[in-house]
Design a protein around this ligand. Structure first.
Ligand code: FES
Length: 165
């Protein structure tokens, strides 16, 4: 059993083994691991006595569940009405071209995950993009490319700063 499975076991202890607790358990697993792995889904399905295929249907129905590991950095582009009217979709298209992924996907190097969201509550500064936890007002491709270079530099500094194993 991996450390990660042990953590999931601890989470499951908090939930009665009943189908109605599947969503809460999946949310907790995602909060802890950043996504729901196949192994975690299997454990959650067995624990709540929900057939695996049904548990997957539930997880894919809710957009907030992620079934693949996220990249090191997440770029979320708001496509709520105000952002859409102010160029949100062009940002998504530009980022898709730049990163060569579609929304919901992660780059091959696991550096960036691109996603879209519906209104992050900052309509006055549309279009808005959120890189990791940082909101970018009046986002443009130029600004976002600058931010992406910055986070890549920070990531490589982090790696370079690690002691040799
Ligand atoms: S529509 Fe984008 S912040 Fe509200």
């Amino acid at each position: 059993m991996t450390t990660s499975d042990q953590h999931i076991d601890e989470l499951m202890d908090q939930y009665p083994p009943k189908p109605e607790y599947l969503i809460g358990l999946l949310q907790d697993i995602q909060d802890q691991q950043g996504y729901i792995s196949y192994g975690a889904m299997l454990l959650a399905s067995e624990h709540t006595k929900v057939p695996l295929s049904q548990a997957y249907s539930v997880a894919t129905f809710y957009q907030s569940f992620r079934l693949d590991p996220p990249g090191e950095h997440e770029i979320k582009v708001c496509l709520g009405t105000a952002c859409h009217l102010n160029g949100g979709q062009q940002l998504v298209d530009g980022l898709s071209r730049k990163l060569q992924i579609e929304p919901g996907e992660t780059t091959d190097d696991m550096m960036f995950t691109l996603s879209t969201v519906n209104c992050v509550g900052a309509c006055a500064i549309a279009p808005v993009a959120v890189v990791d936890e940082n909101y970018h007002a009046g986002a443009t491709m130029q600004k976002l490319e600058r931010e992406m270079r910055k986070v890549i530099d920070l990531s490589s500094d982090k790696i370079m700063g690690e002691p040799n194993a």
